[in-house]
Design a protein around this ligand. Sequence first.
Ligand code: NAP
Length: 267
Amino acid sequence: MDTQTIKIVIAGPRGRMGEEAVKLVERTPHFQLVGAIDHTYNQMELSKVLSGAPDVTIYTDITECFTETAPDVLIDLTTPEIGKKHTIQALEHGVRPVVGTTGFSDEDLTYIGRLTEEKGIGAIIAPNFALGAILMMKFSQMAAHYFKDIEIMELHHDQKLDAPSGTALKTAEMIHQVREPKPQGHPDEKETAEGARGANSEGVRIHSVRLPGLIAHQEVLFGGEGQTLKIRHDSYNRASFMSGVKLAVEEVMKVDQLIYGLEHIIG
Ligand code: NAP
């Protein structure tokens, strides 16, 4: 394993994912937290606003943060619009982004991909850092070779800003790679309540549930003659995402292009 110390800045350290990422960096011997980016608490010590965090400075200005702390990697766990801005700014400053923030469009990914090539440095954007979720997507892609009738149900906490989830869209994309577009349901079906049939991603219907008490869950349902197959993954807490974040931080140091999805770096 590469034991060279990796200097890290975390954007969104007070958030639910950000707080776990701070703990991850703290407990990983070859990771070093050198700064934090927030939209408030400028120039305060992170330890003053987040219990158990180290004494690193919080910056509201990303340029100032990168200039003063010279990080290798930015871990972004913020909100869709801010995450996009941070990712682009990191690449422009020669800092490798590891992005858990969801809500990136295909156009965003194309733009960021081009920027990584131009700058010659890597970036990893992963809509789901839970290793079990990556396997759920891979198994679903495998099953889609045999079962062509597919619907996705994704369930998340009610503070989530984007729908459908990045994981559901990514799963649909992986299914599209191995299955021809196929309309699901009766050709003459009509929704008598708007949205009843969910979002339509080239025929794969995606149903988004938002409820307090949930964290991140997804079930991919396959229908066949006289049988169904369900492939399900549940994240019960945000620590479940951190082994994937660790892997991505280590991997982003070795690549010089955009990697979208953790499935490209495991197995
Ligand atoms: P959260 O608890 O709302 O955390 C977001 C944090 O970002 C908050 O502390 C927020 O501060 C902060 N923030 C807002 N604007 C900012 C800015 N300009 N600069 C720096 N920080 C800013 O959300 P979360 O549950 O941690 O999720 C964060 C992101 O990760 C979401 O996009 C979510 O969908 C995604 N996610 C990804 C995975 C994965 O495996 N890839 C898993 C779970 C979640 P305020 O609260 O003060 O506004």
